[in-house]
Design a binder for this molecule. Structure first.
Ligand code: HAM
Length: 423
């Protein structure tokens, strides 16, 4: 038996319905905010992620799926969506008209991580990226998208954590302060943090191993190293969140696992007790240097991504049902094989007129056809026998009330329009 690769999963049944429902809801939400849909390749040049996400990040140094194609090119399955969007923004010269350019995406990402609940090797992200404005109001808009999505779904146990990493100048000053501070404590830190010390000392702050130690608690705080414009930017973001009535908590140890952030960073977590350790449902921030780093003109950006599987787990933990009422309107069957082609043409016509219709493909008897219609939760059943074909009168049963109707073939669309609008 060939099995699916570790850390991947199949989507079908209820999960399939839920994912489609979320996609539809997200699409409608994105129209409300005027973000445009983007789809970029699932694999990109490996170099893009090395430059974009950063050499020192766990994602690039330990978790990418790298391969060479038959033309000897180094390619990588995308571990996240931002770098690809930035590449597309530059390659398609979208900066010419970025007033700002607001994009959204929904698709598979790949990371070679240790699988557990809420952590997969292939997972789905919904994300947005907005390029071309450094207005802190855009940071607040981006945060409001995640919060409003979760509100629309009815999630209650969520928390928004925010922090600022400041601009490049502030970040350099803070980095120096951290290097000075951690130097005499290096022996007391875990091996990962020892490596982070020289590569990216900020990452020591969100270490899961050393996280609770006094060394980390007493480490210098970013607030003390922010220049005036960085302080101002963060104060404005908070002011705008207040204006929109969005609750948040400031967490000065929130640094995020990707190198590209400047100014605002944020994470939205599920605080439901049973949720488990992978409780960050969505995260993002501002990245004012990334477009330039990847080779484009200096352009600020801000965005986030939500993990769709984790969102589904959160909905389950809060016992929130999300499925669309996309059930079958009509199930049709023939009494005899001779009438099957008539059923096919009728079904085709009904589908063209906008109804959700299925038919019998297994030549069931009447009893089993009605059982099958129940299983499919069809609202109406069409029964076609010799009389129906010769008289052009269709027999229809309401599958709930069992009421029977005889409808002229030419009136059938009108009939279903009327009956289904009453449902
Ligand atoms: P990230 O924090 O790496 O950020 O991922 C965002 C979200 O994707 C996480 O909060 C989580 O819900 C989900 N996620 C990440 N890894 C996994 C996994 N292995 N299994 C299941 N879900 C996962 C980014 O990817 C940035 N590109 C976000 C961003 C966009 N920043 C600015 N713009």
């Amino acid at each position: 038996m060939i099995q699916k690769p570790k850390g991947t999963y199949d989507i079908y049944g209820e999960k399939g319905k839920q994912i489609l429902f979320l996609r539809k809801l997200i699409r409608a939400l994105m129209d409300k905010y005027n973000y445009k849909y983007f789809q970029t390749p699932i694999f990109e040049s490996s170099e893009l992620f090395h430059r974009g996400v950063g050499e020192t990040t766990d994602i690039v140094s330990k978790e990418t799926y790298d391969f060479k194609d038959r033309g000897d090119r180094n390619l990588t399955l995308r571990p996240e969506g931002t770098a690809g969007l930035v590449r597309s923004f530059i390659e398609n010269k979208l900066y010419v008209d970025a007033g700002p350019l607001k994009a959204w995406y929904f698709g598979s990402m790949f990371r070679y991580e240790r699988p557990q609940s809420g952590r997969n090797r292939e997972f789905t992200q919904f994300g947005v990226e907005a390029f071309g404005s450094n207005d802190p109001m855009l940071d607040a808009e981006v945060i409001s998208i995640v919060v409003n999505l979760f509100k629309m779904l009815g999630l209650k146990g969520i928390k928004v954590n925010i922090n600022t990493l400041g601009d490049t100048e502030s970040r350099i000053a803070y980095r120096e302060a951290l290097l000075d501070y951690f130097k005499p404590h290096l022996d007391e830190l875990c091996d990962d943090c020892k490596a982070r010390y020289s590569k990216n000392p900020l990452r020591i702050l969100d270490c899961k191993v050393d996280g609770k130690s006094d060394i980390l608690k007493n480490a210098p705080k970013i607030e003390e190293y922010l220049n005036d414009s960085s302080k101002e930017h963060f104060a404005k973001v908070k002011e705008y969140l207040d204006v929109m009535g969005i609750d948040y908590v400031c967490d000065s140890n929130l640094v995020r696992g990707l190198d590209y952030y400047t100014h605002t960073v944020f994470e939205v977590t599920s605080e439901i007790e049973s949720f488990g350790s992978q409780n960050v449902l969505g995260a993002g921030g501002r990245y004012d240097n990334l477009v330039e780093t990847v080779g484009g003109p200096s352009t600020p950006g801000v965005g986030f991504a939500v993990g769709i599987e984790r969102l589904l787990l959160a909905l389950e933990a809060e016992q929130i049902d999300i499925t669309d009422d996309e059930n079958l309107d009509i199930y049709a069957f023939a009494m005899d094989k001779e009438e099957k082609t008539y059923v096919l043409s009728l079904v085709n016509n009904l589908r063209l007129n906008g109804f959700n219709v299925d038919m019998d493909f297994k030549d069931r008897n009447i009893k089993n056809n009605f059982k099958h219609a129940d299983k499919l939760e069809a609202k109406f059943v069409i029964i076609i026998g010799k009389d129906e074909v010769s008289n052009k009168i269709i027999t229809i049963k309401n599958n709930n009330t069992k009421e029977e109707f005889k409808v002229k073939l030419e009136n059938i669309v009108e009939f279903f329009d009327e009956k289904l609008s009453e449902e």
